[in-house]
Design a protein around this ligand. Structure first.
Ligand code: 3PY
Ligand code: MG
Length: 253
């Protein structure tokens, strides 16, 4: 089976840099997959991408090296299994709040006896290889999003879920549920303290920690603080970030 590059990066002690895809376009996915991202996550929770488009995007990405990851809309086994069957090598699952949530999520990603994933990886075997079934449980990465007060309270237990590889912090929902404005890139303050606490709890349980961001400087800070994966930006943010610079240079009064 094709190896999961993010696991290999982690094995050498480095952090993985993940890109984020919200534009429902195989062409955009193909362009991004040739830029050197370690992983690329297709977002099915927020934004207009749906499962059939995500499948076309993964097909387009396969010519590049980025590991195909999908953030599913919810902790829903059928949605998880559909994108795994289509070749996703990692799943980010929103709003994991309890050990039961984590068990349901991870179980959907693992074939028996480790979980209850159903057999039928029609494109997994094309992307991954003919021995996909034998190694899928070892290669596919599971990321539980910790982004609520309840998730933080239960984190030590959640992190001990067999087969859970990592947590992934959603900083805006995390801030929201603690009564703060939903903001990314928290350099300091109470949400920054929570984020450090979550990272340390995950590491103490022997699993990896990833975080969503929108700034390069903040992402660099998160890597130096010890995060194993950062998402520094997205396709949409790169467009909306770059266009105003060009326009303000040309349309300045
Ligand atoms: C959050 O900030 O809550 C996220 O889910 C990031 O996309
Ligand atoms: Mg969120």
């Amino acid at each position: 089976m094709r190896k999961n590059q993010i696991r290999e990066i982690w094995a050498t002690g480095r952090a993985a840099v993940n890109g984020w895809l919200s534009v429902p376009s195989p062409y955009v996915a193909e362009i991004m997959s040739h830029q050197g991202w370690d992983g690329l996550t297709i977002d099915l929770q927020h934004g207009p991408v749906d499962v059939p488009e995500a499948i076309r995007m993964m097909q387009a990405m396969a010519a590049g090296n980025a590991v195909p990851i999908v953030r599913v809309p919810w902790n829903e086994p059928s949605a998880i299994m559909r994108v795994l069957d289509a070749g996703a090598y990692g799943i980010i699952c929103p709003m994991i709040n309890t050990p039961e949530d984590a068990e349901r999520f991870v179980g959907a990603c693992r074939y028996p006896p480790d979980g209850y994933r159903s057999n039928g990886a029609y494109r997994g075997v094309i992307y991954g290889g003919a021995d996909y079934l034998d190694h899928a449980n070892e290669e596919i990465l599971t990321f539980a999003m910790i982004e609520t007060r309840e998730g933080v309270a239960n984190l030590a237990e959640i992190a001990r879920t067999p087969g859970l590889n990592a947590i992934y912090i959603g900083p805006t929902d995390l801030a929201f549920s603690h009564g703060y404005p939903p903001k990314h890139d928290n350099f300091d303050g109470p949400v920054a303290d929570l984020i450090a606490q979550i990272r340390e709890t995950a590491h103490a349980a022997g699993i990896r920690a990833g975080i969503h961001a929108t700034r390069t400087d903040y992402s660099a800070q998160m890597i130096s603080d010890g995060f194993d994966l950062v998402t520094p930006t997205s396709d949409v943010r790169m467009l909306t970030g770059a266009a105003p610079n060009v326009l303000s240079a040309l349309k300045a009064e």
